[in-house]
Write a protein that binds this ligand. Structure first.
Ligand SMILES: [Zn+2]
Ligand SMILES: [Zn+2]
Length: 186
């Protein structure tokens, strides 16, 4: 039996359908790694900044770290809450490569945030792109200059919509080696 290699943890609330679809699509991108959902954890209260009405990403990382169950697996936190780090307006996500840990926020990926009608397919696409991006960092990838590559940095949803859920050829080559190593560990 294959052991989990990418473990998804929901922080707070996320739609069940969205979560399952993200799991499925990550399974394709990171094949042959196995993607599992490990349940919900509550948002750390002290992460909330009352003035900004946003949550500190690094506090989320600390909370997630307590739930990392397997040192050979990558852990992806997903939250619907609005995240930020000092000096930035917001975070779509963040990765701590040395900790095998990353997080993605769907808050500003939702069309509703921009006063547009709800669009579950678009939200799914955006969430997968940002999840692939942060997991890419966990596997040691840096930002990519190719605007179509999942490793391209998104400063807003326009960038996210331009890129694909996949890695460019160069990034794909780099990550293949890492995935093979990871696969052998589990
Ligand atoms: Zn990045
Ligand atoms: Zn690339």
């Amino acid at each position: 039996m294959k052991e989990p290699s990418i473990i998804i943890l929901v922080v707070g609330y996320l739609e069940e359908n969205l979560l399952r679809d993200i799991q499925l699509q990550l399974g394709t991108v990171f094949d042959p790694l196995y993607v599992t959902i490990s349940g919900n954890i509550s948002a750390p209260k002290k992460a909330y900044n009352l003035q900004r009405r946003q949550y500190r990403t690094l506090e989320f990382m600390k909370a997630l770290r307590k739930h990392t169950v397997d040192k050979n697996s990558k852990h992806l936190g997903i939250t619907n809450l609005d995240l930020y780090t000092e000096g930035a307006e917001f975070d779509f996500g963040l990765a701590l490569q040395d900790k095998n840990l990353c997080i993605v926020s769907t808050h500003r990926l939702r069309p509703e945030y921009y006063w547009q009608p709800s669009n579950p397919q678009l939200l799914l696409k955006r969430a997968v792109k940002e999840a692939v991006h942060e997991l890419g960092h966990c596997f040691g990838l840096e930002h990519c200059y190719n605007p179509r590559c999942a490793m391209h940095f998104s400063s807003g949803v326009i960038d996210t919509d331009r890129k694909r859920e996949r890695f460019c050829e160069e990034c794909q080559k780099r990550i293949r080696t890492k995935i093979t190593i990871q696969h052998q560990k589990t």
